[in-house]
Design a protein around this ligand. Structure first.
Ligand SMILES: C[S@@+](CC[C@H](N)C(=O)[O-])C[C@H]1O[C@@H](n2cnc3c(N)ncnc32)[C@H](O)[C@@H]1O
Length: 300
């Protein structure tokens, strides 16, 4: 979707020089596409990009990849969470914002991050490995009821109670280990044999739920939508949010469509990836892009 996103977001940069905020730097694909598009506008060299990620590895990789843009002051890299984006008066008003939510391919493909049930590794799942509780620590601390609620609410897992029971039984017999494969096997055993080998791995929803919980992903999105964007956006600026499951999309839709909240939606229905993109990147199948214009804080 980079092309669709950039074509939406570049419009205000044709009118005036401005700052673009990428809240989810990741591998830097969108930042690169945005800078290339900015170069073709009338104010090419005056535009600036601020790119944020809570993963220090993403920041370090971008430091190398975009060395000359960083040295020229065109690109500013910030290691922080959405909720910590500094919104002091020194923050330049922003004409374009992107949040491409969730995890990057670098993260899911790294066994040592523990996000994939296909790769053996520690049950970590933190997007920022420098702080916070890992998925293993979370599962060792929570009660059976709390685990079941997380799996049900954040993973829409119908077998949440059965899986939670199995986790507690494994904990009580000291069999619960800090291993992605061990958890995936345990979850599979909670399913009737006929459902263990379908298109979707039985552990898919459990892993999604745990990753969202470990990183407080919905709380972070709420902070971004309700507190950060209204403070940094310039009236007339555009925001594009790309989400990957209904819990996120529902939040974005609610904010972007509430007329008295300062936003005007630019698309009625979310934009979805084209079949050719889904073929090369299956994760794009669930992507939903919403774009809105910030009109300004509504008072009185
Ligand atoms: C889907 S990837 C972004 C990919 C990127 N657009 C690209 O072109 O390569 C999402 C990135 O956002 C980061 N992220 C997710 N939630 C975050 C949050 N609350 N605060 C800061 N970074 C976050 C993740 O660490 C990950 O690197």
């Amino acid at each position: 979707m980079p092309t669709q996103i950039v074509s939406f977001l570049i419009e205000p940069f044709q009118r005036e020089p401005g700052t673009y905020l990428d809240c989810t730097l990741g591998g830097g694909g969108h930042v690169a596409a945005m800078m290339a598009a900015m170069d073709k506008t009338p104010f090419s060299r005056e535009h600036r990009v601020i790119a944020v990620d809570q993963d220090i590895e993403a920041i370090n990789r971008a430091q190398k990849r975009f060395q000359s843009e960083v040295s020229a002051g065109r690109l500013i890299l910030q290691h922080s969470r959405f909720s910590e984006i500094s919104v002091s008066s020194a923050f330049p008003p922003v004409l374009g914002v992107l949040a491409d939510l969730g995890f990057s391919s670098d993260q899911i493909d790294s066994a040592q991050r523990g996000m994939s049930f296909r790769l053996e590794g520690p049950l970590d799942m933190r997007l920022d490995q420098s702080r916070g509780e890992s998925a293993y620590q979370l599962l060792m601390r929570l009660s059976e009821r709390e685990i079941a609620d997380i799996l049900f609410e954040l993973g829409e897992e119908r077998l949440s109670r059965k899986i939670a029971r199995k986790i507690i039984e494994a904990r009580e017999s000291s069999q619960f280990t800090d291993s992605t494969r061990a958890l995936a096997d345990l979850v599979s055993r909670a399913f009737p044999p006929a459902q263990r080998f379908g298109r979707l791995h039985p552990a898919t929803r459990t892993f999604q739920a745990l990753r969202i919980a470990v990183n407080d992903e919905l709380g972070e999105l709420d902070q971004l939508l309700n507190h950060v964007l209204p403070l940094v956006m310039k009236p007339g600026g555009l925001a594009a949010i790309l989400s990957f499951h209904s819990l996120e999309d529902r939040r974005v839709k609610r904010i972007f469509q509430k007329k008295d909240d300062g936003w005007t939606p630019l698309v009625k229905k979310p934009v979805e990836a084209e079949e050719s993109e889904v073929e090369s990147n299956p994760r794009a199948r669930s992507a939903k892009l919403r774009v809105a214009e910030w009109r300004g804080m509504v008072t009185g």
